[in-house]
Write a protein of this length. Structure first.
Length: 164
């Protein structure tokens, strides 16, 4: 989770976010604050750092598309670390509904792929709100879904996400 006003809403144990520096008109001005409370794992820190990267590259990171990318990056880093250290790490979880199965399947296809697949990415984005276990409480329902444009998908530069 990110794009949150840390000055008024942080303090809950185990929350994390990237708060982008913005001017009075809401335009990104560069940099920001990586806010981590409680105990955070490598996946969460990686996820939030990817949001910082999104802002640096595009000046924006507030969309379902951006959230899917950050989820993929964070889980990919966590899986890669686990494999390199003889451990196990689960992938991305979907909810127990049709959208959840579509979201989870598409996300896992992306995680294990050698090359970026825009069709799977679009499926993950389209099914995130109703299908991701991370949105089971509706936290991301106000995030916009942006058109999927191949040249705007930053996660595509990091393939493969998991080398096994």
């Amino acid at each position: 989770m990110y794009e949150r006003d840390a000055r008024t809403s942080w303090g809950t144990a185990d929350t994390a976010g990237f708060i982008a520096n913005k001017d009075k008109d809401g335009k990104y001005t560069g940099g920001g604050t990586l806010a981590l409370s409680g105990s955070q794992d490598l996946e969460t820190v990686s996820h939030e750092l990817f949001h910082a990267y999104q802002y640096e590259e595009t000046g924006d990171g507030y969309s379902i598309n951006s959230e899917v990318e950050a989820n993929l990056f964070g889980v990919g880093v966590g899986m890669e670390y686990a494999f390199k250290n003889n451990g196990m790490r689960e992938g991305i979880a979907g909810r127990q509904n049709a959208e959840g199965r579509l979201f989870e399947g598409a996300s896992m296809d992306i995680l294990w792929a050698d090359k970026f697949d825009i069709k799977s990415f679009k499926t993950a984005v389209d099914n995130f709100k109703k299908g991701s276990s991370k949105n089971r409480y509706g936290l991301y329902n106000k995030f916009p879904v942006k058109p999927v444009k191949a040249n705007e998908i930053l996660i595509s530069k990091f393939f493969p996400l998991v080398n096994w």
